[in-house]
Design a protein around this ligand. Structure first.
Ligand SMILES: [Zn+2]
Length: 67
């Protein structure tokens, strides 16, 4: 199974909805749960403009939180 980041671990509401709707089940590398999510590659490709605006990948990753 692919690993990536699930919608639950995305703080941004807009991103969350996109990932929840368009993501596929994967093992989240942040919370280790299996939920719809995007792989890091997919995040980079599909959401690059959004990410570029809202996040700084790598540095900000650590601030993603799971409950
Ligand atoms: Zn997660």
């Amino acid at each position: 199974m692919d690993t990536g980041v699930c919608w639950h671990c995305i703080e941004d509401k807009y991103l969350r909805e996109i990932i929840r709707d368009q993501g596929k089940p994967l093992e989240c590398s942040v919370c280790n749960a299996t939920r719809n999510g995007f792989t890091v590659d997919e995040l980079g490709e599909q959401l690059e403009p959004i990410i570029r605006e809202n996040y700084q990948l790598g540095e900000d990753r650590q601030s993603l939180q799971c409950e």
